[in-house]
Design a protein around this ligand. Structure first.
Ligand code: GDP
Ligand code: ZN
Length: 457
């Protein structure tokens, strides 16, 4: 792509707050004159650290540190890239950024560096997305998957798929040009077999992407039950030594209603409905509204029941407000007090007072029966328990792969005399796959993808 019109962009690339080092990153065309004005004439060698003062317009030192220079096209964005590594204080970084703006840079938009890398063919779209995924990763597994995608593993598999699709399309389209040979030719070239192989290849990628999406999205679990039935204890027991990554959910202050734990590396968002009460506190209200919305989109409800007391009034009310199709598991906690054994009973078809299909008896205190609950939770979202080779797929990727699968199935259904139709389905399958890596992608989609990045990336 033509970069003549891309202005120099600048951003603080390190997290806001105090830190030992703070980095300002710039990308643009011909940044050497720019560098000289900041360093007072010193010229850096590409890919070598230059220790220097960073100067203001009057030649006064704003800060000192390391300057890194990556000459185009051997840089992240494919343009000249400069990193100013100064001290990590917000004021000094702002002053340095201000100086860059004076020298003609403008503030980078969210994700703009990565977007330029994509537009300059340094990385494809799936790789660009994995940059954000790596930064946002909420578990070690997610981070590992993201770096593998960033290094191109996911893209390579898609490229292979597209290449094989092209080979098959060439075969099919050749017979369109020479109709007298059609059927024999396709048969001798084993077009059907090649198509089947493609279907298998795609099915494999789709499975790995779907499992990866589970690792990415996790599941939302609603905890329902009267006070003292053991909701908090169960939450802690589940978090166990997997060490609860107790995070605040992006952009909000932590509320007591929601917590996140990981199970087998899968993020589990827990919502304690006991916290969903009336309040006049605005901040709390927002948190509660958000949680109530999350309840509506939850994957599963754990309904804790004290078998001696049954379902009380408040619990009944909450049960009534749960979405009808929400899967329910009834938990009878504290079996240690009743000398009962842990147990899982399935296929109760809603016959319990809680409306659950599955009953699990356990003790949050002793841990007996917890494994039964974990298995039930993981099975519910279709987790197969193997994180090797998975891709941290986004909905966009899953949709594209599903479309491609749909088209390949239609192609396989084409009869001997529907070769034009066959060619068309193969073409559509290829288009869908290529959307993932960004070969056919509308500008507005790019806008959506990159706007979710953080500034400076
Ligand atoms: P919540 O109000 O539903 O969150 O209930 P808590 O988790 O705070 O538990 C209430 C009380 O029950 C606490 O004293 C817990 O120690 C106790 N408790 C929770 N689970 C068990 C269990 O499985 N066995 C026994 N013996 N006590 C439990
Ligand atoms: Zn509690």
């Amino acid at each position: 792509m033509n970069t003549t019109h891309s202005p120099t962009i600048a951003a603080i690339a390190t997290a806001s707050g105090r830190g030992g080092v703070g980095v300002i990153r710039l990308s643009g065309k011909d940044l050497l004159p720019f560098v000289q004005r900041i360093t007072g004439g010193k010229i850096p060698k590409p890919r070598t650290a230059l220790y220097t003062d960073f100067l203001d317009a009057h030649g006064k030192t704003i800060d000192n540190g390391l300057l890194l220079y990556f000459a185009a096209p051997a840089s992240f964005t494919g343009e000249d890239v400069i990193e100013l590594q100064g001290h990590g204080g917000q004021i000094v970084l702002q002053m340095l950024l201000q100086r860059c703006l004076e020298l003609g840079a403008r503030i980078a938009e969210a994700g703009e560096f990565t977007k330029r890398a994509f537009l300059n063919n340094k990385i494809d779209l799936a790789q660009a997305e994995s940059v954000a995924d790596l930064i946002d990763a909420s578990s070690q597994q997610a981070a590992r998957m993201a770096i593998r995608s960033l290094k191109g593993e996911f893209s390579n598999q898609i490229h292979q798929l597209v290449e094989d699709l092209i080979t098959l399309r060439m075969l099919v389209e050749a017979t369109l040009d020479f109709p007298e040979e059609d059927i024999d030719f396709l048969q001798s070239a084993d077009a059907k077999g090649k198509l089947r192989a493609l279907q298998n290849q795609l099915a494999h990628i789709l499975t790995n992407a779907q499992q990866g999406a589970i690792l990415r999205e996790g599941m939302t679990v609603v905890l329902v039950g009267a006070p003292n039935v053991g909701k908090s204890s169960l939450l802690n027991a589940l978090a166990g030594d997997d060490v609860a990554i107790v995070t605040d959910i992006a952009g909000t202050t932590r509320d007591t209603v929601r917590e996140q734990i990981t199970l087998d590396g899968i993020p589990i968002h827990m919502i304690d409905t006991a916290g969903l009460r009336q309040t006049n506190d605005i901040v709390e209200k927002i948190g509660i509204e958000r949680s109530e919305k999350a309840v509506q989109n939850a994957d599963i409800a754990l309904i804790l029941i004290d078998p001696d007391n049954g379902v009380n009034e408040t619990t009944r009310e909450i049960l009534f407000r749960l979405p009808e199709n929400l899967k329910r598991i009834e938990i009878q906690n504290k079996i240690d007090l009743r000398n009962e054994q842990p147990e899982r009973v399935d296929n109760l078809s809603g016959s319990l007072k809680s409306g659950a299909d599955t009953l699990i008896k356990l003790s949050a205190k002793t841990g007996a029966g917890l494994d039964l609950l974990k298995q039930a939770l993981l099975a519910q979202i279709g987790w197969q328990g193997e994180s090797e080779g998975l891709f941290l797929a986004r909905t966009r990727h899953l949709n594209a792969l599903e479309t491609a699968q749909f088209e390949l199935n239609l192609a396989a259904d084409c009869g001997h005399h529907q070769i034009e139709l066959l060619a068309e389905h193969l073409r559509l399958a290829q288009m869908a796959c290529s959307e993932i890596t960004g070969e056919f992608t509308a500008d507005d989609l790019l806008g959506v993808i990159f706007s979710r990045f953080c500034i400076g990336k």
